[in-house]
Design a protein around this ligand. Sequence first.
Ligand code: ATP
Length: 252
Amino acid sequence: MSQDFTLRTEGLGKQWGAFVANSDINLSFTPGARHALIGPNGAGKTTFINLLTGALAPSSGKVFLGGQDITHMPQHQRVHSGMTRTFQLNTLFAGLTVLESVALAISERRGLQRVWWQTVAKRADVIDEAMALLATLKLSDQANSVTHSMAYGKQRLVEIALALATKPRILLLDEPAAGIPQAESKELFAVLAQLPREVTVLFIEHDMGLVFRFADRITVLVGGKVLTEGTPAEIAADPRVKEVYLGEAEHG
Ligand SMILES: Nc1ncnc2c1ncn2[C@@H]1O[C@H](COP(=O)(O)OP(=O)(O)OP(=O)(O)O)[C@@H](O)[C@H]1O
């Protein structure tokens, strides 16, 4: 039986006091899409991702995953249901090697820490799965490197490996290329482009070159609302989008 992993929001909104960060957001993310969320600073992109993951509770509206209303589902259960985001490495497994970190994340998913007498027997399995995952992210050569000693671009890939260890169907990335040199961000997106199509990727990115190269669908948020949504060609040709970005360049 194939499960429906369409992620959808209905009238989603978030406000703090009188300040409206997200308002009436109705979006649907097709399984397998590479969907970019763009918009000027403060448009509400991160807020929206936080509403999807459950890090923030919405003020209004709903979130559905495969037809199921997950608006009030706890974060860890959403991960279990197939939707995950990356976390910063330095808050996770400081001092461990890449292989150890990924093996731990896989063990966590499999519930192995709670069944300690199986851990030894299953360890070879875990290592095999970890090495296969590292190969898809072109990290095999770094398996024994300590994560915090690696180039930032590689650290981001490890963060993505840790997220993928949960076997998500929907991967949420909040500015994966922020703070890394351009050459490394290109490499990062080249690796992301090769992820299996059964994983939907929803990402926030400010670098329009990367957005237009990688995304097959783009949503533009402005002032907490959806300005427009479409294919990269449609978005590139939309005069309202140009206006938003030209206005930003003039003020910035
Ligand atoms: N906890 C909070 N309390 C009050 N206001 C908040 C809170 N979190 C975010 N905001 C405000 O909500 C607005 C939207 O922020 P958000 O981080 O979602 O925008 P963004 O589009 O991701 O911006 P950027 O591209 O700069 O990262 C901002 O004005 C921000 O100051």
